[in-house]
Design a protein around this ligand. Structure first.
Ligand SMILES: Nc1nc2c(ncn2[C@@H]2O[C@H](COP(=O)(O)OP(=O)(O)OP(=O)(O)O)[C@@H](O)[C@H]2O)c(=O)[nH]1
Length: 375
């Protein structure tokens, strides 16, 4: 296996029915990006483009698909052109979010991303936004919602301010039953913790940290109280795990496959010892989405497994104990470890992965208006 030589930018797909709150959530992400540079692809002309540019000050990083419906594009070349623009080194983006139109078939977008030959992107998961107040009515009118939920990696039950406590619980159960193992979180005005979707940027040159007061800072001041209403960290717990003993690939995958529902996000690096002496494995999980990226160990770098897990209602001690039980025992770090890596390699992006795409669900391309790129 050849680890990617160029840095890859995660691409997150944001889907949800008309009016569910996608744009609101996207704006929230842009306002709370903390220095992370977000590129946005929208296919709803005018709905976010201005916000994306003014709020995040990212002129040149937003692509609008005119009247075109991205999900219906007959071939992936148009999407590739947009991604090409956004992944240019000069854009210096850390993450790209594609806001699917309210009527999109999100799995088609996912299929196109996985099939993309752009070496600079890494599919980052499908987030489905659901309007809590309209859930039953939307399902009635659009039975395909069930299918969208079934392929989502993270479901955001939005507008919970519009329903009572009991109704919220009922909806959580109903959505959870349809979305299977995907994590379901509730939100008001799309205020989710951005770290659930992507890591904050760590810039070696520190240019974002020593920056001047930005538009976001001003916005936060404007919102009063330093924007504490948006402090989502209080709602989530974060658990860290570090080990200088390599992880057993089979046990680690079994641990990940059975991770608890409330664990929305895992990020970090794993050392698989004899499984792969040359690479550490960057791990990125959003909801039930999981991806490993092998990265060569730097010369002299201490070989550690370092993980951060974010969730709500999670049992920190049980998680740490579960991970501790995944460590290799002395003497088991044998040549068989390479075969044990097969389970991990299933989650390394090499080609379109049938685990992520359910072909039966994919809609064939339909007519599409000419899409326009304005980058
Ligand atoms: N009460 C309430 N209103 C919300 C919430 N989130 C969004 N809205 C409102 O719902 C409306 C639709 O939100 P958008 O973010 O534009 O929804 P969208 O999914 O981008 O809509 P389309 O682009 O049409 O698919 C707007 O008026 C929002 O202000 C919420 O949590 N509670």
């Amino acid at each position: 296996m050849t680890p990617p030589r160029t840095p890859q930018i995660p691409v997150v797909v944001l889907a949800g029915f008309l009016g569910s709150g996608k744009t609101t959530l996207l704006n929230h992400l842009l306002r709370n990006r903390e220095g992370t540079r977000i590129g946005v692809i929208v296919n709803d002309f005018g709905s976010i483009e201005i916000d994306a540019m003014t709020v995040a000050g990212q002129v040149g990083s937003t692509v609008s698909l005119g009247n075109g419906c991205l999900c219906c594009a007959v071939d992936a070349s148009e999407l590739d052109i947009f991604l090409e623009t956004l992944t240019r080194p000069s854009a210096r983006l850390d993450v790209i979010v594609i806001e699917a139109s309210g009527l999109a078939e999100p799995q088609e977008l996912v299929r196109m991303l996985l099939a993309s030959e752009n070496p600079h992107i890494l599919y980052g998961g499908l987030v489905e936004v659901v309007d809590a107040a309209e859930f039953d009515a939307t399902r009635e009118r659009h039975p395909e919602l069930d299918r969208h939920l079934a392929v989502a990696d993270l479901v955001v039950l939005n507008k919970t301010d519009r329903v009572g406590e009991a109704e919220r619980e009922r909806l959580l159960r109903a959505v959870g039953a349809l979305s299977g193992p995907a994590a379901v979180i509730t939100a008001v005005h799309g205020r989710i913790d951005p770290e659930l979707l992507f890591d904050p940027a760590m810039r070696p040159d520190g240019d974002e940290r020593t920056r001047q007061l930005t538009f976001e800072d001003l916005l936060r001041e404007e919102e009063g109280d330093g924007g504490h209403g948006d402090h989502l960290h209080a709602a989530y717990e974060s658990v860290e795990f570090t080990s200088d003993v390599p992880m057993d690939p089979r046990r680690f995958i079994a641990f990940l496959d059975s991770r608890p529902e409330g664990l929305y996000r895992i990020k970090g690096f794993a050392d698989f010892g004899a499984g792969d002496r040359d690479n550490r494995y960057a791990l990125h999980a959003v909801g039930r989405f999981l991806r490993f990226v092998p990265q060569p160990w730097a010369r002299g770098e201490q070989r550690l497994t370092q993980l951060v897990m974010i969730g709500s209602g999670i049992d920190a001690e049980a998680l740490r104990a579960g991970l501790a039980a995944c460590r290799t025992e002395p003497g088991t770090d044998t040549p068989d470890a390479e075969r044990a890596m097969w389970g991990v390699l299933r989650y390394v992006q090499q080609e379109p992965d049938p685990v992520d795409v359910r072909e039966g669900d994919v809609r064939e391309g339909a007519d599409v208006e000419e899409a326009a790129a304005e980058a």
